[in-house]
Every structure is written in C-alpha cells, then in structure tokens.
Design a protein around this ligand. Sequence first.
Ligand code: PAF
Length: 280
Amino acid sequence: MQVFTTINSLQLALKIARTSHTIGFVPTMGALHEGHMSLIKSAKKKSDKIVVSIFVNPTQFDKQEDLTNYPSTIQTDIELLESESCDFLFIPSVKEMYAENVKAKSFDFDGLDQVMEGAHRQGHFNGVGTVVKQLFEIVKPNSAFFGEKDFQQLQIIKKMVEKEKFSLQIIGVPIFRESDGLAMSSRNARLTDSFRKEAPFIYETLQKAKVFFGMNSALNTIEWVEDVFSKHPTLKLEYFSIANETDLKTATSTNPNEKYRAFIAVFAGKIRLIDNIALY
Ligand code: PAF
C-alpha cells in the first residue's frame, strides 16, 4: 500500500493508475473497524484499485469537544488496510485540505439536510459536503462507497454528485453490526462498559418498531418508541423519525409505493449513537 500525505503526490500516482484501472474510493475519518472493512470489500468487488482516505474533517463537527475526542488509531488503521490489500492511502493534514481557511462551503441539498442529523448538528452536512467534494476532485474515482449507517449522509452525497455533475457512482453499503446488533461505529470504542451493554437496546427497539409500524401508523410508531425510551433508565432518545427513503421527508401518511425508513439518535452518556432500519 502506498501512503500519501499531499494532494499532488496522490494525484500523480492516481493519474498513472487511472490509465488502465478503475478506482474505487472509501473516504473515512479513521479509527477503522469491520464496518469500514465491509466498505473496502464492496469497493474491491467493483474496482481494480482502492483508495482510502483518513481525514478527521474539522468543519463537520458542531462541537469542539467531539472533534478533540474523535478516536485516532492510525497505526492499527494502516495494518488493517494493508491486510485488506488497499492500494492507496491518503492521510492529509488540515492545512493540506483547507490551507488557511478552515471553513465549510454552503450547499443546497434540496432540504435533505434540514431534518434529523442536519436539524440536530448545525452545519454538519455543509462540512461533509465541503470535504467530500474536495476529496472527489482530488481522487476522481469511478465509484465511492458509503455506509448506510449514515443513511442521510449517503442521500446527501448522492444529491451533491447529481448537482455538481460528478461522473461517479455512489454506492451504499448495508450497516455492519456487532453480534449483539449494535451498529458498528468509531464512537462505540468510547462507550463505558455499562453503556456498551445497554446500547444493543437501540437496534432491538428499531426491530420492534418495524413490526409495530406494520400494523400501526407512523405517528403511533413514533409515540410508541418515545414511550419505550422514556422508560429506559440510562439511554436518552434524541429523535426517532420515520421518513421517506428518497427525499427524507417525515412520513405523516404512508403510500404503499414508497419506501420508508426509521431513523434514531440516542445519547449513551455523552456518546451520541445513530442507527436506522428499512421498514419494508
Ligand atoms: O462518514 C464519515 O466518516 C465522514 O462523514 C466522511 C464521509 C469521511 C467525510 O468526512
């Protein structure tokens, strides 16, 4: 695996690779786990060469504390990527990506960013859009792979690709879960032992909500989940939402021809966990 820290050196290597190979790209913020490895495995099925980036993007954090505490495990990450036969690793500095202007650009995502994560994390998706757009311009991949755990992010990136007219395919990869159902996330490493034991309750509730939704309205399902969490001794529900999968609009009434998904954000102490489930 070749490791690059500057845009120019990566672009030079990719220019050569691109002449005879397709490029699959997996952007990450590091602290890699099996969920990331599943993105790389999907990328390998579709691409000749794999580029992974590790960059903890400051402009997508709404809380400085979250950015400061974001886990960094660079040596283990490199070993994992080598074991997955990743071809190119890009680890730029903040200066390399932003020069002196560490600011997010403003995007029009047709309202996809106004709900759920976007409503609770000020400026988050402008930060994601800024860095992903720049990474796409640098790497110029044929396809890029994103986890469905961040389903709203996935839809927003598809929207950006459409609006900015990038010629690349965005591929969503199903959520990778621990054996007890907890969605894999770099944040899981920061859970205390007791919160780690409680956290599978999130996916258990999502599964029950899916069954409940099969026999009840979206509104009743939301009320049911809110009630279940209000009785939980430690986990605090931030939001539970049922939305149309494509435009992420809240489902007030449901149409049998549309696909819906349930989205959840929960605080386990100071750690914020998100998850979602297809309701079809
Ligand atoms: O999902 C992530 O890890 C980040 O939001 C991404 C896409 C790498 C952009 O910083």
